[in-house]
Each structure stands twice: as C-alpha cells, then as structure tokens.
Design a protein around this ligand. Sequence first.
Ligand code: NDP
Length: 265
Amino acid sequence: MFGNPIEQSKSPIIHSMFAQQCGIKLSYTKRLAPVDDFSSSANEFFEQSNAIGANVTMPFKHAAMTWVDKLSKQAGRAGAVNTIIRRNNKFIGDNTDGIGLVADLIQHEVELNEAKVLLIGAGGAAKGAVPALIEAGVRSVEIYNRSIDKAELLVAAVDKYANKKASLYQADVNQYDLIINATSLSLHGQIPDLPASIFTQQPAIYDMVYQSSATAFMVEAKKQACNTLVDGLGMLVNQAAESFYLWFDVRPDTNAVLEYLRRAY
Ligand code: NDP
C-alpha cells in the first residue's frame, strides 16, 4: 500500500487476515512514497514480477490515475484510484471506496433504493462514494462542503454520467433518508456547520471516520433522535475485500475481520 503518511494504515492486518482465511500466501506491506513522486515508488514496486497489485491512499489517489494504463468505470467516475491490478503486464486503476461504503450500508440494512442522501464533504472519499450510491439506486444526492467550489465541481462531474442526480445542498429543504459525513471533521471531534434541521426526518447516519467510540457527528445525530448510526470501519473492511477480490477472484469474509478490529482498537 502506498501512502504518505502510512504508518496508521490497518490495511496490512486486514489483507493478511483475508489471505489466511482464503489460504493465499500474501505479502502486503506499507510503502511511504515521497509526496511529489508516486511514480518512482510504483515503478520500483511493480518491477517485482510477483507484485500483482497494490492499494493507494492519500495523497496519491489522483496521481495513480495517470500512472496506470487503464481506468475502471468506477475510478474514472470517482476521479481517484485506490486499487491497482496487474493484468497481462498492464496496470488497471480501480476504486473500491464507494463499493465498500455501499456494502457496509447494505449490511446495516440502510435502504438505498430511492433514498434522498445528504453527502457532507467533497474530497476524495466523497468523490468515490457518489458513483456507487447512484448505482445503488438512490433518488438524489445533495452535496454540502465547506469549500463550495469543490462541491460545485463534484456536482458537475456527476452530471456527466448521471444527469441531475446530484445537486448542491439547499438550506431550506432538509428531508433526507441518509446523511453521510465524508469530511475529516470527526477526527478532531468537530461536526459540520449545518443546522439541526438536517436531522428532522431521523435519517440514517454514516460517518466515514472510525474510532473506538461514537464519532462527534454520530453523538450529535443521536442527540437529534437519529437511531441508525454507523461509523466507517465497515467501509474500510469492505473496500479492502473488494480490492482482494479484484486481485485474487475470491471474496473473503468481512465479518470476522470487522469483529477482530472492533475488539482490537
Ligand atoms: P480529503 O482531504 O480529500 O477531503 C477532506 C474533506 O473534509 C473535504 O470535504 C474538506 O472540505 C473537509 N474538511 C476538512 N477539514 C474541515 C473543516 N475544518 N471544516 C469543514 N470541512 C472540513 O479527505 P478524504 O475525502 O480522503 O477523507 C475524508 C475522511 O474520510 C477522512 O477522515 C478519512 O479518514 C475518511 N475516509 C474513510 C474511509 C473508510 O474506508 N472508512 C475511506 C476514505 C476516507 P474542504 O474541501 O472545504 O477542504
């Protein structure tokens, strides 16, 4: 896995557990790539003929798009690559973040068909989420972000493949079935600058951040009488499972790994 910083990543543990389950001999290591030179690190790693794939995390998800030979539909729509797969000595860039999110929402029995979604954030994680949500059948995605220009760019990008499915957050509407916090605010114990009226319909709440206790956003939503509150650990494990599937054509059991991580952290 390439990233910078990288030491915090749980991916090596997750993939070694998947490999053990599936009887696959796997070496999955962290690589601290220089912030301005993803290419050299990727070239060096893939010089090894047995290097069959890699994950890419911040800040290289965009740089990886130009390094690979071909993009999957998901990666093209998300504008980011988090998984590289070697096929016939060509490199395919894919994005499993959105699939991981949707898989976790489904595991938590959150209804996505025709759902009205408020997505908070317009960074890499938000961009990965939108194509998968649309594919899962949501009715609409309203996007709110501190920097409005980035939210506008995301809406315009979505319009290219799903005309008018996404729009900017409108302060006076506020009827949501699902709210997804795709900002890093919860890492700092902070919540987005939005009115309590977003919780009026008691939507399901998903915070992409994960930690040992409920995140600040989940705590706030609970105060506002929301009952379905999910953090991002399941997304992390499910996006890893999808990467594993792309490399090995085997679907690992995510529940055992999730249970282990919940106990261990
Ligand atoms: P980015 O840096 O690309 O985006 C960060 C987002 O958070 C932007 O929308 C940014 O707004 C917003 N933000 C940051 N600080 C503030 C602030 N002080 N006030 C308001 N908004 C703020 O990061 P990612 O999109 O990659 O990741 C976002 C979060 O999602 C991270 O915490 C990450 O850990 C988590 N994540 C979880 C995954 C999982 O598997 N569970 C997978 C990927 C990410 P602005 O545009 O205005 O700067």
